[in-house]
Design a protein around this ligand. Structure first.
Ligand code: FE2
Length: 473
């Protein structure tokens, strides 16, 4: 066993037993004596039971399947913007702006700006309702920062929204763009920030025009735990006129500052919470098993799964649970870090054409596809899927990880566990329940292409894709 793998397994074991750390401390004699002697009987019984579980887990650890990645095969870069996480950090927009005016960080110099002006991109009215926009506007006013608001309206990001945002940014001569909202708002704001400086229309970038220069500095403030778009260097845009949904991409599109404030996600309605949370889970799983995965991205992907899996149902059923919302926001962010470095997989490869054709929310179609894609990839990354299944077996689900079973069997169990979890948050499990028609399979297969397909552990062919779609239907 490699030393790095041993360490990773120990980390997993530690995380799986997070809730029992206190009891472990008793064993090690770390607790004050008086607190040990005062333990009630039922607590002592609980401790003994816990000890048994730990012993079982240790046995399990010895047999736990190891991933095949090795550091010596890895080449990676890992660019990160500035990040602030925590309750109430949304009010730090002015601080972020003044920090970014440091000439070392962006091409705009403080001396060139009499008074900073920002374009705030929002989605629907919920940002106003939850008071987040007011907080930003107030703090900007107090700091002599001018603001203008661009509202994208409802729905997924389109090239038209981006072009309109660019037009407003140019007319108003803004210095910064702030995106506050879900993934679509992030994508519009991010693309607009890039195009304001690089010129042209959003459709030009769909056709391959590169972002040669850094865009306007973009500050990302997500209000949903889902896409991870705040940390990615791409924007997924629908072009209704040309009939497609695809990404525009460039290292210059990356946010310069990210404010992760879990309070902003408390008002997210259950249906959007479920759909965006399912997307985050899929992204974590797909990046973990990606063909391009490497140990550093694995750390983020695994931690994302640890954070998302136990909280998905909690935030769906109890939207006001701050602790669960915090872990979901961090989990989706970590998943974003992972996949922006190592790509996604076939769920996303299929979800783009299907989501576009039937106008299905992205997270729902991703959720419905995930169990079938896991089964499709079964023989290619069973070692990693089995590891995920172990994390899932700690949830309140009927199916469990089984230490004596093969990786393949545990991968199948993972597909079942994911179905159970998605049912709990009312995500449809079959494509037919989302309105997908069998007669469109040819079109879907033809349009399943791009980076996500290339990083899937199994290279797909039309025949096997058809079987996969049949299975998911
Ligand atoms: Fe996604």
């Amino acid at each position: 066993m490699e030393e790095s793998d041993k360490k990773l397994d120990q980390e997993i074991d530690k995380d799986l037993n997070k809730g029992t750390d206190q009891d472990m401390n008793h064993e090690k004699g770390n607790e004050p004596e008086e607190s040990q002697s005062k333990l009630p009987e039922d607590k002592q019984g609980e401790q003994e039971k816990q000890k048994e579980i730990e012993n079982e887990d240790n046995k399990e650890l010895e047999k736990f399947p190891l991933p095949q990645t090795r550091w010596e095969d890895v080449i990676f870069s890992f660019p990160q913007p500035r990040i602030k996480f925590g309750k109430g950090v949304v009010k730090n927009v002015p601080k972020a702006i003044f920090r970014l005016l440091d000439p070392m960080l962006i091409h705009i110099k403080k001396a060139d700006i009499e008074r900073p002006k920002i374009l705030i991109t929002i989605g629907n009215e919920s940002v106003k309702r939850m008071g987040a926009l007011d907080k930003i506007l107030k703090s900007c006013e107090q700091n002599s920062i001018e603001t203008v608001i661009f509202s994208c309206g409802k729905g997924e990001a389109t090239v038209t929204m981006v072009d309109e945002a660019v037009e407003m940014a140019l007319e108003e001569k803004v210095h910064f763009i702030v995106g506050i909202g879900g993934g679509s708002v992030m994508d519009v704001a991010k693309a607009a920030a890039g195009i304001v400086i690089n010129g042209g229309l959003a459709e030009d970038y769909h056709e391959g025009k590169p972002f040669e220069k850094p865009g306007l500095p973009f500050i990302a403030i997500p209000t949903t735990a889902g896409t991870g778009s705040e940390i990615t260097n791409n924007a997924v845009l629908i072009d209704k006129a040309r009939g497609y949904k695809k990404s525009i991409r460039g290292s210059h599109l990356m946010a310069k500052f990210i404010l992760l404030d879990p309070e902003l996600t408390l008002d997210c309605p259950p249906e959007i919470t479920a759909s965006s949370g399912a997307d985050a889970l899929v992204q974590a799983v797909e990046s973990y098993v990606s063909k391009k995965s490497h140990p550093l991205a694995d750390i983020y992907a695994l931690e994302a799964i640890f954070l998302i899996a136990p909280n998905l149902r909690r935030v769906f059923e109890h939207g006001d649970d701050y602790a669960a919302r915090s872990e979901m926001l961090l989990g989706s962010f970590f998943a974003g870090i992972a996949f922006s470095n190592v790509g996604l997989g076939l769920v996303h490869g299929l979800a783009h054409p299907i989501g576009y054709k039937y106008n299905i929310p992205h997270g729902k179609v991703c959720g419905a596809l995930l169990p079938s894609v896991i089964e499709y990839n079964l023989e290619y990354r069973a070692d990693k899927y089995a590891r995920i299944s172990r994390i899932f077996s700690k949830l309140d689900l009927f199916t469990k990880y089984e230490q004596e079973a093969t990786d393949e069997k545990n991968t199948q169990r993972l597909a079942s566990m994911i179905k159970e979890l998605l049912s709990q948050i009312q995500i449809p499990l079959k494509l037919r329940d989302l309105g997908v028609l069998k007669e469109d399979f040819d079109w879907i297969i033809e349009n399943t292409k791009g980076g996500s397909v290339n990083s899937n552990p199994r290279t797909p062919d039309p025949e096997s894709l058809r079987e996969l779609l049949e299975n998911a239907w």
